[in-house]
Write a new protein. Structure first.
Length: 74
């Protein structure tokens, strides 16, 4: 068990294999508004960030072809 206060820092880095757009719609559709819109990154992928209830940050990357931006740029 961890003790102390949450660090409120980036606590997870995950690949969204189902597509960032679907992840974004799912999170927003379930009433959580602390998510950034998926955006193209400097390294050619796409990313979005979710702030958790304790203020930590989850980083999601998408590189697969199911992402709408990948289809448009490819």
């Amino acid at each position: 068990m961890f003790h102390g206060e949450p660090t409120q820092d980036k606590v997870g880095y995950m690949h969204a294999s189902g597509g960032l757009d679907k992840l974004y719609e799912f999170v927003k559709g379930n009433g959580w508004d602390k998510i950034t819109e998926p955006a193209v990154t400097s390294y050619g992928g796409r990313a979005c960030f979710i702030t958790t209830i304790d203020g930590s940050i989850l980083h999601f990357d998408g590189f697969d072809e199911s992402d709408e931006a990948s289809k448009k740029s490819g």
